[in-house]
Design a protein around this ligand. Structure first.
Ligand code: ATP
Ligand code: MG
Length: 716
């Protein structure tokens, strides 16, 4: 039915063709970055449909993001034109499972129109349940429970499946009870959370064989991209669906497994051959994406990980440029440098959309966003909110706006009960009513209502405290530098404490963002200049057609590629993250290294690895040590530059008030998630006599060379 001349086979190499044409039986495509795994999977989908082996509705293809699913659909349509009648089941695990669950919702006590809760809804619900159970939420935060429930669901466990040990992870053994109460509550609300989408289907498959058999009969072919990042419940779900026909093709790269913190099990890909005996294993070795230097740098670095399958990668592309390692003075200079490079690229006829900035942590985007706004360089943030649009930043801004401008009702509404201070909707409505009746702002009305007996004593006390706090902060505003004011009010309002009580990874990120927020303020003369700046930044979304630079986290960059990538903040404590260093142990460090591998291999032509000598972290200037991953890059693929003359030692002696760069080695260890109100921090920016643009190679990064890295990565 198909011939070598079919359009979707054009341009594929021999193993890729094999992956496309081996339609029957299990297939594992295990190959390194940029070797055309996704391309082959796409061609395979086109082939299955065009050769009429299956109707679109009989194929299930799972991608890691919705965007990847859309792209795959467009490509298939381009390959086979009108032949796509009907819709393949093409989407993320979540979207595919949601589509299935709509047809069988009643089997788990839901109606077909059930709603899907987001994280915020989920937390609100959990808080209610925790309070109703008389559990101290300060000790046992809702986020902790949310994280546990998520983990349990990722493993395919219903409340009944929990072990005693697991149950003990929350409120002295009440984990199971809370999980069950939450599931019951979801049922009454006719709602499901993300984890439920798959878990409910698993339960249905177990309890209603006929439903499972229906899908087993329907799906003639299954395909999964990024298989190395599947979690247990996804794995179980796939295995059930593939059980009878065994026409399942999965593709992945063990070196790119970067979601273990969300329950992904790289073991799933490693045991595929055991699960499906006789599987055809296809290895792709030719990389079509990157230049030899980029590949060589990435391969040399990842060779430092243990327990790898090991892969051969080669490319026919021209050597191109070496990976540039660029040392800069500090964060703002990093952003300035990258901005200049991109402007030069555009001036030379290049496109902004071919450039990307990859960061390890969300907070790192801020510096770039501010810089790009001020030079008018269009950018977009993928897979997250722009810095000033994030919830915690909007909250912090709202506090400052009320301090700066007491009539700012919108801002006041946002903070009146954030963090929770026991003001119910009723109390808030009364404030609104009084404001309307008297024609005043909300804050004025609040101050008045506190003196009346309209509110419950508890509401009166809380509101009274808030009004008094705001008045005090306003008077502080005259004396305190505005960044310190921000730190003070975030702390005194209980906002920081709220996040600190929360032990999730997400909360750490939010605290980092707040630190970065206070840091950002330092670049402005006063509070109102800063607030004006933010208002302008928020308004900068006008032209959607313009070619834009992409700023994204490495996690969000999986599967994507760009001509030029700037890898920002390769410093110990940023990347690898402080969290991974604090945890000690090899596992989290190896996951960071895989992230670094994903990061470098996004680049087609050019990769810049940036590291700054100074960062303001946790409210203090600290000298930074270049990331260990830089030292692991084979010297022959790297060119080291710095925008300063002299090396780190020179900077140290010039600015003796600078803390010893090694003093922060234990930074964060034993402390809560990063937050510190400490102001000052020795370095006086004005006194720095920096020599910029004087290229020097004095910074010795050291390289382990190629000899002590494991074999298995042959690179040309
Ligand atoms: P990752 O591991 O990062 O997800 P991948 O293995 O999925 O990478 P693809 O994204 O499919 O790789 O392909 C990388 C690049 O190589 C793409 O630009 C793709 O168009 C191109 N490519 C893939 N196969 C071929 C081929 N046979 N000939 C030429 N170019 C190819
Ligand atoms: Mg891919």
């Amino acid at each position: 039915l198909s011939s070598q001349s079919d359009p979707y086979l054009k341009g594929l190499n021999a193993p890729q063709r094999q992956a496309v044409l081996t339609t029957e039986g299990p297939v594992l495509m295990l190959a390194g970055a940029g070797t055309g795994k996704t391309a082959a999977l796409t061609a395979r989908l086109a082939h299955l449909i065009a050769s009429r082996r299956a109707w679109p509705s009989e194929v299930l293809a799972v991608t890691f993001t919705n965007k990847a699913a859309r792209e795959m659909r467009h490509r298939v349509e381009r390959m086979i034109g009108d032949a796509v009648e009907g819709m393949p089941w093409l989407g993320t695990f979540h979207s595919v499972a949601a589509r299935m669950l709509r047809s069988h919702a009643e089997l788990v006590g839901l109606k077909p129109n059930f709603s899907i809760l987001d994280t915020d809804d989920q937390l609100r619900l959990l808080k209610q349940i925790i309070n109703a159970a008389n559990i101290d939420e300060k000790r046992w935060p809702a986020r902790l429970l949310a994280g546990l429930i998520d983990k349990w669901k990722n493993r395919g466990w219903t409340p009944a499946d929990l072990s005693l040990d697991e149950s003990h992870a929350y409120a002295d053994g009440r984990g199971q009870e809370m999980y069950r109460a939450y599931q019951d509550r979801l049922k009454t609300l006719n709602a499901a959370d993300f984890g439920d989408l798959l878990l409910h289907m698993l339960v249905i498959f177990r309890t209603h064989r006929e439903v499972l058999e229906g899908y087993q009969a329907r799906f003639k072919y299954l395909m999964v991209d990024e298989y190395q990042d599947t979690n247990t419940s996804q794995y179980l779900w796939l295995r059930l669906l593939a059980q009878t026909r065994k026409n399942i093709c999965v593709v992945g790269d063990d070196d790119q497994s970067i979601y273990s913190w969300r329950g992904a099990e790289v073991a799933n890909i490693l045991r595929f051959e055991k699960d499906f005996p006789g599987a055809t294993v296809i290895r792709l070795e030719q990389n079509y994406r990157s230049t030899p230097h980029i590949l060589g740098a990435a391969s040399g670095m990842i060779a430092n990980n243990g327990g790898r399958l090991g892969k051969t990668l080669w490319t026919e592309r021209e050597a191109g440029e070496k990976v540039r390692v660029m040392g800069v003075w500090d964060g703002p200079e990093e952003a300035r440098f990258v901005g200049e490079r991109i402007e030069a690229h555009i001036a030379g006829g290049g496109r902004a959309e071919d450039c990307a900035i990859l960061v390890r942590a969300q907070f790192q985007t801020r510096e770039f966003e501010d810089r790009f706004i001020s030079i008018g360089l269009p950018y977009r943030i993928v897979g997250g909110f722009r810095f000033y649009e994030r919830a915690e930043i909007r909250d912090a801004l709202a506090y400052l706006r009320v301090v700066a401008q007491p009539d700012d009702d919108l801002a006041f509404e946002r903070i009146i009960n954030t963090p929770k201070r026991g003001l119910g909707d009723k109390a808030v409505q009364k404030v609104h009513a009084l404001a309307r009746a008297t024609g005043t702002g909300l804050l004025t009305a609040a101050a008045r209502i506190v003196d009346s007996d309209e509110l419950t004593p508890q509401a009166r006390r809380s509101l009274g405290n808030l009004v008094a706090d705001l008045a005090r902060w306003r008077s502080n505003a005259d004396t305190l530098p505005h960044p310190d004011l921000a730190r003070l009010l975030l702390e005194e309002s209980g906002y920081v404490a709220m996040l600190q009580a929360d032990r999730s990874a997400e909360a750490t990120g939010r605290l980092e963002n707040l630190n970065e927020f206070a840091r950002a303020m330092e670049e402005f003369e006063n509070l109102s200049a800063f607030l004006d700046h933010v208002a302008l930044v928020m308004d900068n979304d006008a032209d959607d057609s313009a070619s834009k630079v992409t700023i994204l986290t490495i996690h969000a960059a999986k599967g994507l590629e760009f001509d030029t990538v700037f890898l920002a903040g390769w410093e110990e404590g940023v990347f690898p993250s402080q969290r991974s260093l604090d945890e000690g142990g090899n596992a989290s460090l190896e996951e960071e290294r895989r992230l670094a591998y994903v990061a470098i291999t996004r680049a087609r032509r050019q990769a810049w690895i940036m590291h700054a000598a100074n960062r303001r972290i946790y409210g203090q200037w600290t000298s930074s040590i270049p990331s260990r991953f830089i030292a692991e890059l084979p010297a022959e693929h790297v060119e080291v530059e710095t925008s300063m003359s002299g090396g780190a030692s020179l900077w140290r002696s010039q600015f003796s008030e600078q803390p010893d760069p090694f003093a922060h080695a234990g930074r964060g260890a034993g402390r809560g998630p990063g937050w510190q109100r400490a102001s000052g921090g020795g370095f006086n920016r004005a006194s720095g006599t920096r020599i910029i643009e004087a290229k020097a190679s004095a910074v010795s990064l050291g390289s382990k060379g190629r000899d002590d890295v494991a074999v298995g990565d042959r690179v040309f």
